[in-house]
Ligand binder design. Structure first.
Ligand code: NAD
Length: 427
């Protein structure tokens, strides 16, 4: 964090290394596209950031106090949209960085939303269900003035899920006096969630992998794929690519990875993981350490676990042709340029993992209309939107000789800039 040092040069307390990385990306594309200097400056910082104290009665009767955040980066195109994460590393810089990425992601996908993110600094695995519920409800009530289906619509992120969204929806609804399902997305289907939401992010990632393999002419009957992370995003991506005839040669989770150069039987692996809770020990596979998994030979690498996995330290050792980013921010800016020099193509997170927010948008629309779609209809609409965004990014990337990440950013940023120009500056 830095202190505000100059009155005429904006700085903010969110300027951590994480946040400055996202800002540098914006600066790079702003220069490339000749973005108006004043507009650029407005987009470099969040519109608003709220820090709250969240006291929680623990099961033993004591009271513990946690810190929570909700940040709106920009709301030019519509209500703020973004997940809420419970994690010990949550801080104002991380949340602000992720809120900025949500702005570009929603604009790139053509969704009528601004960008937001929120979180609580907590070790969620140390809480009981009752403590987690009280934490969620108190946090919701502390940020309630920001929330609303026309103002700010949270969704799940790391260590939050459908149940968390149900508690947020209930707390908000009780406070306003009537049921408001569309105040959150990613809630259970039985209380207004959408079919297809749980699989949406992995489905979008798998779609991008197929598009990229065709577009960049990877010549193989069964392209080889390595997936880091076997949670919601990684497992669904692996399952759908396996169904499409790809060879998933390695996967990992927090405990370690497994490798079989002839391909893993993914449906069986999923059954194994739901019983054993980890991938290691699966039949017909050899164990591989997490750090070695990323450098295995393959056509496509899908990092679908954490941020900051592909860095200066390992980028040069990667042995793939394409990276499709399932996780948020898995590649550091330094690694990005090394990969570019090596000729490895990176399909960026704001495109590749946008299936989740796209089906969140469908959930919100269905809730506002009180009219619900079948899973097939949801998946078809998702493919349409992912397909359009993929085409736009790949076309601009080829035409303007921009890395796909920069092409995606350029499309997102130019849509926000155009909307800001048209709306003008109040007062
Ligand atoms: P998840 O908690 O379901 O799964 C995470 C997986 O990563 C687990 O298998 C975990 O064991 C594994 N993992 C954790 N640390 C690891 C490590 N050091 N090495 C290897 N594996 C490790 O989470 P998820 O919903 O699948 O999200 C994964 C990533 O995708 C996150 O970065 C998240 O922000 C991003 N994302 C998720 C969604 C969504 O809809 N779920 C949408 C957009 C982006």
């Amino acid at each position: 964090m830095v202190a505000v040092t100059s009155a005429d040069k904006p700085t903010m307390e969110c300027e951590t290394e994480h946040f400055l990385g996202a800002q540098r990306q914006l600066d790079e594309i702003a220069e490339e596209m000749g973005l108006d200097r004043e507009l650029h400056e407005r987009l470099r910082y969040p519109k608003r950031a709220l820090i709250v104290t969240v006291p929680v009665r623990m099961d033993d009767g004591s009271v513990k106090t946690f810190t929570g955040y909700r940040v709106h980066h920009d709301v030019t195109l519509g209500p703020a949209k973004g997940g809420i994460r419970f994690h010990p590393e949550v801080n104002l810089g991380e949340v602000s960085c992720l809120a900025m990425l949500m702005t570009w992601k929603c604009a790139l996908m053509g969704l009528p939303y601004g960008g937001a993110k929120g979180g609580i600094r907590v070790e969620p695995w140390k809480l009981t269900t009752g403590e987690t519920e009280r934490l969620t409800r108190r946090y919701t009530s502390e940020i309630i003035n920001l929330l609303g289906p026309d103002k700010d619509i949270p969704a799940p992120d790391m260590y939050t899920n459908e149940q968390t969204m149900a508690w947020i929806m209930d707390t908000y609804s009780i406070n306003v006096g009537h049921t408001v399902p569309s105040v959150v997305t990613g809630k259970p289907v039985s209380i207004g969630g959408s079919f297809g939401r749980t699989e949406a992010t992995g489905r979008g990632v798998a779609y991008c992998v197929r598009r990229a393999v065709n577009h960049f002419n990877i010549k193989s009957d069964a392209p080889k794929v390595v997936v880091q992370g076997f949670g919601n995003v990684g497992a669904v991506t692996a399952k759908l690519l396996h169904q499409a005839g790809y060879k998933i040669v390695a996967v990992s989770d927090v405990y370690g990875g497994i490798y079989n150069p002839d391909g893993l039987d993914i449906p069986r692996l999923m059954a194994y993981v739901s019983e054993m809770g980890k991938v290691q020990g699966f039949q017909d596979s050899q164990e591989v350490a997490n750090k070695d998994l990323l450098t295995l030979p393959c056509d496509v690498l899908v990092p679908a676990a954490l941020g900051g996995q592909i860095t200066e330290a390992n980028a040069d050792k990667l042995n793939c042709k394409i990276i499709v980013e399932g996780a948020n921010g898995p590649t550091t800016p330094e690694a990005d340029s090394i990969l570019h020099d090596k000729g490895i193509i990176v399909v960026p997170d704001i495109l590749a993992n946008a299936g989740g927010v796209t089906v969140s948008y469908f959930e919100w629309v269905q809730g506002m209309m009180h009219l619900f779609w079948s899973e097939d209809e949801v998946n078809q609409r998702l493919e349409q939107i992912m397909g359009r965004a993929c085409d736009q990014v790949l076309e601009l990337s080829t035409k303007s000789k921009l890395r796909p990440r920069m092409a995606a950013l350029r499309i997102g940023v130019s849509r926000i800039a155009e909307a800001k120009r048209l709306r003008g500056l109040y007062p």
